[in-house]
Ligand binder design. Structure first.
Ligand SMILES: [Zn+2]
Ligand SMILES: [Zn+2]
Length: 170
């Protein structure tokens, strides 16, 4: 037995390393683009270049209402979300080339939200591997990936590298 990491773990570790660059206190997300076994890009969620980020200007919070059905009872949940940042997946698309993305895999610390998933579905990637779940958009994103023929899988039993997960407000 060797201690050598498998490729999934290796690239997800790098996504977690990238996430530590995030300066949004509510969520640290990292994403990497991989073609074959070659790393083509890394990204994290953050404000656009040259404008104040969440640690300087505070998070830009919006309140969202989520409808949750538990045992046939509808429950309205209010949640706050920071919209100051460009999501890691979107930054990854902004900083990579279409040609590189064709047939590639995205490793991302968190399951993509609906908007990111929709963009990834049209980006040329053929596989998305994530670690932490995002129940809110899980169902519609899973359907989209099936329809689009994109492999969409969660890394079960994965442990992020020590020191890469910070306590964030949820
Ligand atoms: Zn923020
Ligand atoms: Zn997103």
């Amino acid at each position: 037995m060797s201690n050598r990491k498998d490729w999934d773990t290796y690239f997800l570790d790098i996504a977690y390393m990238a996430s530590t660059r995030s300066r949004c206190n509510r969520r640290h997300v990292g994403a990497v683009l991989v073609q074959g076994k070659k790393l083509l890009g890394t990204a994290y969620n953050g404000a656009p270049m040259g404008v104040p980020d969440c640690t300087e200007a505070g998070c830009m919070l919006v309140e969202e209402i989520e409808l949750k059905v538990v045992e046939n009872i509808e429950e309205v949940i209010r949640k706050q979300r920071c919209i100051r940042t460009i999501h890691a997946e979107q930054n990854l698309l902004l900083f990579t080339d279409r040609e590189d993305r064709e047939g590639s895999t995205v490793y991302v610390t968190d399951q993509p939200c609906w908007t990111c998933a929709n963009m990834l579905a049209n980006s040329g990637v053929i596989e998305i591997v994530f670690h932490r779940g995002y129940p809110k958009d899980h169902e519609k994103v899973s359907h989209l990936m099936v329809d689009r023929g994109i492999v969409f899988r969660r890394m079960e039993g994965y442990e992020p590298p020590p020191g890469t997960v910070s306590d964030v407000v949820n």
